[in-house]
Design a protein around this ligand. Structure first.
Ligand code: PNS
Length: 165
């Protein structure tokens, strides 16, 4: 059984995240989308809201025989991966600017759990500039983000901000 975790804040899920899930699905039998419960941050969505949104959106992603699970975690990603029985941590790279941060995390995670490898996947070029932070910022200022986040996420953002459709 090849199992991976795909950890992140997912505040909120973007089309770039979905692209990485789709691309990684032929490589694994099971992928756990692992939503970080980070008490330090001030997220737009609670961890429960993020997990629920991801669960609602995932059936629209074609992943063949790969099973997708959504879970949340606190603490170290490496510990969660070990606890979950995963062999790999999946991370998406959008541009060279992501590489340095991702490399540091991958090396630290490998030091913490030498048996778990980080697998980097290149996001589609059309998502190379898409981040949760940028999506929230543009949306909050009234800009258009359709196609860059799932429709359901856009609706939830509108509800959250009390925006009239
Ligand atoms: O989607 P993000 O915000 O880029 O995800 C970053 C995440 C959650 C993968 C990273 O912050 C993380 O792993 N946090 C958990 C704490 C931890 O393990 N820190 C050490 C990483 S080497």
């Amino acid at each position: 059984m090849r199992r991976a975790i795909f950890p992140g804040s997912f505040d909120p899920l973007t089309s770039g995240h979905l692209d990485i899930i789709k691309r990684s699905s032929p490589l694994f039998d099971e992928i756990i989308i692992a939503v970080l419960n980070n008490a330090d941050k001030h997220p737009m969505f609670s961890v429960d809201e993020r997990c629920e949104m991801i669960r609602e959106v995932l059936p629209s992603v074609e992943t063949g025989d790969c099973r997708l699970i959504v879970d949340s975690f606190s603490g170290l990603t490496a510990d969660f991966a070990k606890r979950s029985g995963a062999q790999a941590i999946v991370r998406g790279i959008r541009a060279v600017s992501d590489y340095e941060y991702e490399l540091r995390m991958a090396l630290m995670n490998r030091r913490l759990e030498p048996t778990i490898e980080t697998v980097f996947l290149m996001a589609g070029e059309e998502f190379s500039y898409v981040s949760s932070t940028l999506m929230k910022q543009v949306f909050e200022l009234g800009g258009r983000v359709e196609g860059l986040i799932p429709d359901l996420v856009e609706r939830r953002m509108m509800e959250k901000l009390g925006t009239v459709m």
